[in-house]
Structures are given as structure tokens and as C-alpha cells.
Design a binder for this molecule. Structure first.
Ligand code: BGC
Length: 759
């Protein structure tokens, strides 16, 4: 419906009707205003399937929802590194929404995996903001191509479940911009989600649901978001403040309490009615957009989608280890499948994303016709592996050519609503793996988890396949990968640290009753491990294949550029093995300058591409890098800024395997505002072109006084003299020093020089 028509409708609504429209009718619907022909619309979880509740509603996955199709969770789909694939998944979800008359699917969830402990990590994509942004954008485009909306969530800094409805995420500006915002920003700018869901938590003390900086200044004014913002379920504290901040729709129904508060605030002159109108306009835009494009006769082919979930899951599996090429297994051999997850796989997490699957396929079921034997190995519900079960598993392993242990985290270990307290797998499963590995040297472990786990048995098993939470047909995908019908091509969207204590947020994660401090700043995930040169269990981006790839010939279209230009990096990748396979070419950028400039990570992911190659085939892959690829968030100008200097460009297939390296010199076109005074030090003045020009001669004189005859160079004045101490002393000296012992400059002359550079 055209904006003018919507505005006419709003003009005909009473204040009470308008305030009413700003909260849900019930758990899942927006309100109808029948006398004006405004329909109710339904929203539903999300993100990797439909949790449509026809009857009793809840936001924790307690009551039943309709039978639906459960796709792999975001932790898995991120590992595919394949946005085209995820866009197709989005299209299928969009069709299901049309069929089920849903206006908005509540997802994707794009919070950064800050700590392995977050209970909802399985629903989130990655520790890396760029990867998260690309995958979320693809999913949104897919769903919305079917004319139903998405709700990107949880905006923002919702990175723990502990005290999730009250905790304040206390984080500095630069970290918010570089780590926690970019996925939202990219998705809003490139895919324009119909709605955004604000998070439960506070950000630096202010609830997301009543945060004008977040919901209006950044989201709408900076990024150009056009849809409506809804609250997470129960995230509203002060409703009138929320309206003023830009929170359009409160979910679920507030029982009228908060609607009345809006009316009272308007009547008391505390809230401008125009802001209530604006909320209504944004909500109605989407309500009518859905209504005008509704196609309830869209078929929902669940059988076809079931198979699609298996195909997607197979693309997401990460082969972490494959000693002696034990995998793929031979279909002629007798293989022991061990562990309850072989029969009843864990393929989704608990809470609001929980799907009532119309069908599931376990690995055991999918291996019918093969020479597979089964032993339960452990009891998930009891979190136990009685001796008899272990003995049975050991006997099965001894008889088989290879043993595959299906292990991972039980539902109770990771779920919405609370965090893990450790990174370990159940002791029962660890014991089982050790026992099986001792009984059969060809032991393979298949993992089902949404976040990293410790692997005390890693050196004793031959192979590990990370299946994440792979959706309802995960078993089918596992059998295809284990027996080589599909060549694994997933790569890790996160680092697996050796132990929990290695994680950068470890000391502060969870926080105290008031809040949680993001003290590790921008050093999240590999940004931290790489900077610290730490040993990790498996690095970010890692993933093996049944074939081999060779990376050669990194070429840049230029070796110097301005920050307003772009540069193209081209890489050649060749399949040097014997099977067709896919690799993920990853491109990282790092600021090579030392600590004189902004402190930066060693490298950051700025491009990736999944490519399929036949044996002997090679392909060229290109990436375009622009200002944002080199920039950091500068808190002086509150904007993206590139520091002039050399940047490393590295390409390869994980942060630990980057065989190709090049350098590009980037020159900033932005001059940071400087104000120099007598307390400014020589080094900072020399770094500024104007400062260099004006103070150059005087500084040469000072160097002469300190014992060198040579002119200082611009970048590092000290390079010209041999005595490092003299250089350092001068570099770090405030220019007021020149008034006295640095050359005896008269005060008036100094004031004049300062005036000139501050002009
Ligand atoms: C979750 C959201 C979910 C909503 C509705 C909340 O508890 O945080 O992700 O969409 O419930 O079920």
C-alpha cells in the first residue's frame, strides 16, 4: 500500500488504536483494526525452520508447533562458506512461510560467538563479523525473495544467555563497530530485512529496546533501515521510552498495560504523538506488504526439503582430522557405528528455534544396506556410559575394520536460556571414545555440537568430522560424507581453542549482576589467538578434503592505492588430488604498521569463495578490496578510517595456512582533525603532513642538538640517527621542550608555529 494511503489510515485511528497497534495481539500476531480493514499478520520462529504454533504459544519451544522441516542451524550453515547455498535454503523457508501464512520468519540470529560458553551459540554463525554478515545477508535475500519478511536478531550485543534479560553488555565504541555491528550493518544495507528484533540486554547501561542511538541513529539514519523494529519477547521495560527510541512493535501482547502507558505519555505531553504515528506507519508498511503479496497456495514440498536439508548439511560438515586418509570408509568393509547419536542424532538446539520435525534420518537408518553394526555406547538422557555399554561398544569396535563414534553435546549442555559452565563433552562420551580408540586403531569421531568442545582424546583417534547441528537429515549427510559419496568441504567458522581458559573473554565472560564487560575488545576469536601466536586445537577457516589443493600466484591489480580506490586480488587454486572437491579460498587483510598506529589484529577476513574443482582443474578467484577492507573505526572522527601505510594481503584455506602473501600501500584521503599544543610530542607532529612542513626545520635543529647532523625523515625521524635512545627521547618529547633545552625557540615563535599547524 502506498505511504499516503497508510498515512490516511493512521489519521483515522484513535490514539488508543494506534497505541494498541504498537504491541502484539497475542503471542504471534500483530493486531487487526477491523473497522479500517487492517489485517492481523503472523510472525513465527525461526531461524532454521518454522516453529509455527497454532494453539498455545510460548517463546521457549515448550508447546507444540506444526510439523515442519528443520534445516541445519547457523553454526553449521556458516561452515559451508557458501552464501548461494544458504540463499537457496532461505528460498525454501520463504515458500514454507507463504504456505503457512506467515508474514515474518524470526531470524537470522547474527550475534557473534564471543565465548564457547554461550548457550545459544548453535543459533549463531561465527566469531567473525564478515562471515556472519555474508551468510545472514544470503539467508535474508532468499527468504524475502518469496515476499515474506525476516527479523534479523538480536540487535545488539546479545552474546550470552546468563542474566540475558537484564545484563548490560558494556563495550567500547570501536569494538561495537568492528565486531558486533557489521553483520547487522551489511544485512541491512544489502538485503533490507523487513524487520529487526532488538535484544533483551542493555548496551552500556541502556536497554536495547529503548536505545535511540541503536534503533534510530545507527540503524535508520546511518544504515537506512526501512522496516519495523520489534522487541524480543518480553524485552520491553519502559514502553514510552521505546516508542521515542524507535521500537515500533512490542512482542508479545502486553495485556494492554504498555499500550495504556503510551496513551498516558502522549496525553501528558511526554511523548510526541507523531512518534506513535511513525511506529504505526512502519508496522503497517510491512503488514500490507505481506498482505498484498500473500500466496497461501504456494506448495510446501516437505519431502523435497527433507532431502535439501541433507544436501546442505553435507556441505557444512568440517573434516577436522583425517590421519592416514582413514576417511572415506570403504563400503565393502564392516564398520561399527557407536554412540546413541548414530541412532538418535542431535541435530538442533533447545529453545525458541526448536522445530517439530515431520521426519528425521539418523546415520544408522541411512546406512541400511551397508555392513554397519551398532552399539549404543552411552545413554544421553542419563549422561552416563555404564561399563556394560562400553564393553559392548568395545566388542563391536574390535570386530570391525573401523569404528565411528557419534558423539557431542546433549541438549541439556547447550540451549537457549542459559550458558555452559565448561567446554567439555560429557565424561561418559570421552571415556567411551578412549575405550573404542584403544580397541580399534581406526577410530573416527563424528561430533554434534553448536560450539567448540575440548577433545582430550584427539591424538588417539584417526579422524574427526564436525557435523555441528546439521538439521533433521543429518544422518543421511553423515553417511554420504563418511563413505565418500560427498567430499567434505566445510571450514570452521570459529576457532577451536585447546581449552576454555584460552578464550579471550574467559576472565570477564558472564559478568556480575550489573553487567558484562567486553574487555577483550576487538580481539575476539582468531583476532586474539593470532595476535598472541597461541596454539589452538583447530584454527578458524580450517577444513580438510578427500582431495588436495594448491594455492598459487597471488596478484594485486595495484601495489599502491588511495583509500577511495579499490584493488583486486587474484588467486589461482588447483585440485592436485584424485577426487572432485571444493575448497574455500580465504582472503585476509592486516595492517602491517607497528604500534605507533591504531592497534589492529594481525589479519581479518575480508573475502572468501567456495570453488569446486575436478582433479587437475584450476581456477582463478578474484576479490575486490575497498576502503572498508583496510579501515578501522576511528573514535576521534566516529567513522571508518584507513591509516596510511602498508597492508598485508594473505590467501589460503585457514588462518594457519596462508601460503600466498602480498603487500599493498594504501594512502588515506582523510586528514584526522588535530589540535596540537605545547604538550604535543614530536612524533605525533611529524606524523601529520602540516606538522612536518611547519616544524621540520626546527626539529632538524633539535636533532642536531641531540647529536646528529642528519635531517629526520618523515615517518620515523629516528631512522636518520644511530643512537636509538636519542631518537626515542626526541620522539616522545613534548615540543615545549624546545622552549628550553631543545634549541631555545622563543615562546612567541612557537605560538605562531602552533597556530599555523592548527589552522
Ligand atoms: C528469543 C527469540 C525468539 C522469541 C520468540 C525469545 O525468547 O530470544 O530469538 O524469536 O523468543 O520465540
Amino acid at each position: 500500500m502506498r505511504t499516503e494511503k497508510i498515512r490516511e489510515l493512521i489519521a483515522r485511528m484513535t490514539l488508543e488504536e494506534k497505541a494498541g497497534l504498537c504491541s502484539g495481539a497475542d503471542f504471534w500476531h500483530t493486531k487487526a483494526v477491523e473497522r479500517l480493514g487492517i489485517p492481523a499478520t503472523m510472525v513465527s520462529d525461526g531461524p532454521h525452520g518454522l516453529r509455527k504454533q497454532d494453539e498455545e504459544g510460548d517463546h521457549l519451544g515448550i508447546n507444540d508447533s506444526i510439523k515442519a522441516v528443520c534445516y541445519p542451524a547457523a553454526s553449521a550453515t556458516a561452515a559451508s562458506f557458501d552464501p548461494e547455498l544458504i540463499e537457496k535454503m532461505g528460498e525454501s523457508l520463504g515458500e514454507a512461510c507463504q504456505h503457512e501464512k506467515l508474514s515474518v520468519l524470526l531470524g537470522p540470529a547474527v550475534n557473534i560467538k564471543r565465548s564457547p560458553l554461550c548457550g545459544r551459540n548453535f543459533e549463531y554463525f561465527s566469531e567473525d563479523p564478515y562471515l556472519t554478515g555474508v551468510m545472514a545477508t544470503a539467508l535474508i535475500k532468499g527468504v524475502q525473495s518469496k515476499n515474506v519478511g525476516t527479523s534479523i536478531k538480536h540487535f545488539a550485543l546479545n552474546n550470552q544467555e546468563h542474566r540475558r534479560m537484564s545484563s548490560s553488555s558494556d563495550c567500547d565504541e570501536r569494538t561495537i563497530r568492528e565486531i558486533y555491528f557489521p553483520a547487522f550493518e551489511m544485512a541491512v544495507k544489502e538485503a533490507q530485512p523487513w524487520t529487526v528484533m532488538c535484544s533483551y540486554n542493555r548496551i552500556n547501561g541502556v536497554y536495547a529496546s529503548e536505545n535511540p542511538w541503536l534503533l534510530t541513529d545507527v540503524l535508520r539514519k546511518e544504515w537506512g533501515f526501512e522496516g519495523y523494529v520489534m522487541s524480543d519477547w518480553g524485552a520491553v521495560s519502559k514502553r514510552p521510552a521505546g516508542v521515542a527510541a524507535g521500537l515500533d512493535l512490542e512482542m508479545p501482547a502486553s495485556g494492554g498495560v504498555n499500550d495504556r502507558k503510551i496513551v498516558e505519555a502522549v496525553k501528558a505531553g511526554k511523548l510526541d504523538e507523531k512518534l506513535v504515528d511513525l511506529c504505526c506507519e512502519r508496522i503497517l508498511n510491512i503488514v500490507f506488504r505481506y498482505q498484498e503479496n500473500a500466496k497461501p497456495d504456494t506448495p510446501w514440498d516437505k519431502e523435497a526439503q527433507h532431502l535439501q536439508t541433507a544436501d546442505i548439511a553435507a556441505e557444512c560438515m568440517v573434516l577436522l582430522k583425517n590421519e592416514g586418509n582413514i576417511l572415506p570408509l570403504n563400503k565393502e568393509d564392516e564398520i561399527a557405528f557407536i554412540g546413541e547419536f548414530a541412532d538418535k542424532p542431535r541435530f538442533q538446539g533447545g529453545g525458541s528455534s526448536h522445530i517439530n520435525c515431520f521426519r528425521t534420518t539418523s546415520a544408522l537408518e541411512a546406512s541400511k544396506g551397508l555392513k554397519v553394526t551398532y552399539a549404543r555406547g552411552y545413554d544421553v538422557a542419563a549422561d552416563d556410559a555404564p561399563d556394560a555399554m562400553i564393553a559392548e561398544a568395545v566388542a563391536a569396535a574390535k570386530k570391525a575394520r573401523a569404528a565411528v563414534v557419534f558423539a557431542g553435546l546433549p541438549d541439556s549442555y547447550e540451549s537457549e536460556g542459559y550458558d555452559r559452565t565448561h567446554m567439555g563433552m560429557p565424561e561418559s562420551q570421552n571415556r567411551l571414545i578412549e575405550a573404542v580408540a584403544e580397541a580399534n586403531p581406526n577410530t573416527v569421531v563424528v561430533l554434534h555440537n553448536g560450539s567448540p568442545v575440548e577433545m582430550p582424546w584427539i591424538s588417539k583417534v584417526k579422524a574427526v568430522l564436525e557435523a555441528y547441528l546439521g538439521g533433521q537429515a543429518v544422518g543421511l549427510a553423515e553417511v554420504k560424507v563418511l563413505f565418500g559419496d560427498v567430499n567434505p568441504s566445510g571450514h570452521l567458522p570459529e576457532t577451536f581453542p585447546v581449552k576454555l581458559e584460552d578464550n579471550p573473554s574467559y576472565l570477564f565472560y558472564g559478568g556480575d549482576p550489573r553487567g558484562t564487560e567486553y574487555r577483550e575488545g576487538i580481539f575476539v576469536g582468531y583476532r586474539y589467538y593470532d595476535k598472541k601466536k597461541m596454539e589452538v586445537l583447530f584454527p578458524f577457516g580450517h577444513g580438510l578434503s578427500y582431495t588436495e589443493f594448491e594455492y598459487t600466484g597471488l596478484k594485486l591489480s595495484a601495489d599502491a592505492m588511495k583509500d577511495t580506490d579499490t584493488v583486486t586480488a587474484t588467486v589461482t587454486v588447483k585440485n592436485t588430488g584424485k577426487r572432485t572437491g571444493k575448497t574455500v579460498v580465504q582472503l585476509y587483510v592486516g595492517d602491517k604498521e607497528g604500534f605507533e598506529n591504531a592497534i589492529r589484529p594481525v589479519r581479518e577476513l575480508k573475502g572468501f569463495k567456495k570453488v569446486e574443482l575436478k582433479p587437475g582443474e584450476s581456477k582463478e578467484v578474484s576479490f575486490i578490496l575497498s576502503k572498508r577492507s583496510f579501515a578501522h573505526w576511528n573514535t576521534q572522527i566516529h567513522d571508518w578510517y584507513v591509516e596510511s601505510g602498508d597492508f598485508s594481503i594473505e590467501a589460503g584455506d585457514s588462518t594457519a595456512n596462508l601460503p600466498l602473501k602480498a603487500t599493498v600501500k594504501v594512502e588515506s584521503t582523510v586528514r584526522l582533525p588535530h589540535h596540537f599544543d605545547l604538550d604535543s610530542i614530536y612524533m605525533d607532529i611529524l606524523a601529520d603532513p602540516k606538522g612536518r612542513e611547519v616544524f621540520g626545520p626546527m626539529i632538524s635543529k633539535a636533532f642536531a642538538v641531540l647529536g646528529t647532523e642528519e635531517e629526520p625523515t618523515s615517518e620515523a625521524a629516528g631512522e636518520a640517527i644511530s643512537d636509538e635512545m636519542s631518537t626515542a627521547m626526541l620522539n616522545y618529547m613534548p615540543i615545549r621542550g624546545a622552549l628550553s633545552f631543545g634549541g631555545g625557540i622563543p615562546e612567541e615563535q612557537m605560538a605562531e608555529l602552533l597556530r599555523r599547524i592548527n589552522e
